[in-house]
Design a binder for this molecule. Structure first.
Ligand code: NDP
Length: 296
């Protein structure tokens, strides 16, 4: 392997330390304890794990955590009523409704109901717009985490060619906005893109957010490029025993690591950054709600 490894786990730990310092300063100087409310509907095991991790890390950085676990058959009206109650609660500065919600609930209605001032996932149109024009506010957690890793590794990103594979509202599109703000030349590829390998061979920065295990091969990567692999895919791992599985990204890691300058592993790359950025966003919204300038 020639690429250096981008250790998202270690970076996220450092970020959580810095967040804890901001939280304690907000508390000491302004009497504010940022509060994050997490709402989960139903009992999807993966979502349960995410929500528990989020609540645990919220408390660890000194913030208040409010966890609302609702049964699978909760009506849309009841969920929206809870969101409105959290909108009005002065102890709550961030509201996160764990997606996906059960099929009988319209996720767009849930997002529309969240007060943009408390929208720490950056799902509401108001906050998406703010990111686009560069106003202060929460920033989509996973793209923000990717950006932090890139800045840490490369310093200035100005003038670099960035290719993002994937155009979801959750990852690809906000990632494009953030990299444009950094003065990258940004290309967003998707399922209809022609000749993705040729496009990627021009890229100084690759952000892969596709959801297809190891789709991006090593010989698609420009030598020395920085590769950020957002994908989390569980694949069978018979070598570990019958019925065993393992996690891989959207990039064929072993191949790409022979060509790239730096690369994130899966797991341990982008994943740990997402929750840390959620906490960072809660500090941002708690600051803005109280008329304070959020930490940079
Ligand atoms: P989506 O399914 O919403 O979007 C996938 C995107 O990939 C779409 O834009 C799609 O194109 C594009 N795509 C699909 N097939 C191809 C192809 N063959 N060539 C080029 N582009 C293709 O996924 P998400 O953005 O939500 O997530 C992407 C991955 O990131 C998943 O593995 C997910 O688990 C992971 N993830 C990880 C997070 C973390 O914290 N690390 C957080 C969020 C997601 P089109 O629009 O044309 O259909």
């Amino acid at each position: 392997m020639t690429a250096s490894l981008i250790d998202g786990k270690a970076f996220a730990e450092g970020l959580r330390h810095r967040i804890a310092e901001h939280v304690s300063r907000l508390n000491a100087e302004h009497g504010i304890t940022p509060g994050l409310a997490v709402v989960i509907v139903g009992s999807d095991p993966a979502s349960q794990v995410y929500v528990s991790n989020k609540s645990k890390q919220t408390v660890e950085v000194g913030m208040a955590s409010f966890k609302h676990e609702l049964p699978e058959d909760t009506s849309e009206a009841d969920l929206l009523a809870l969101v409105r109650q959290l909108n009005a609660d002065p102890a709550v500065h961030g509201i996160l409704v764990q997606m996906p919600v059960p099929k009988h609930i319209d996720p767009d209605k849930v997002i529309e109901t969240i007060d943009p001032a408390k929208d720490v996932d950056c799902f509401t149109p108001a906050n998406v717009g703010k990111v686009q024009i560069g106003l202060p506010g929460p920033v989509s957690c996973t793209p923000l985490g990717c950006l932090m890793l890139l800045r840490d590794r490369l310093g200035s990103l100005s003038g670099l060619n960035a290719v993002i594979v994937g155009r979801s509202n959750l990852v690809g599109k906000p990632m494009a906005q953030l990299l444009l703000r950094e003065n990258c030349t940004v290309t967003v590829a998707h399922s209809r893109t022609r000749d993705l390998p040729a496009l990627l061979r021009q890229a100084d920065i690759v952000v892969a957010a596709v959801g297809r295990p190891e789709m991006i091969r090593g010989d698609w990567i420009k030598p020395g490029a920085t590769v950020i692999d957002v994908g989390i895919n569980r694949i069978p791992a018979p070598e570990r025993g019958e019925g065993k599985t393992r996690l891989v990204g959207d990039v064929a890691f072993a191949e790409a690591a022979e060509v790239a300058g730096a690369i994130t592993p899966v797991p341990g790359g982008v994943g740990p950054m997402t929750i840390a950025c959620l906490l960072a966003n809660t500090v941002t919204t708690a600051s803005l709600i109280n008329g304070l300038t959020p930490p940079g």
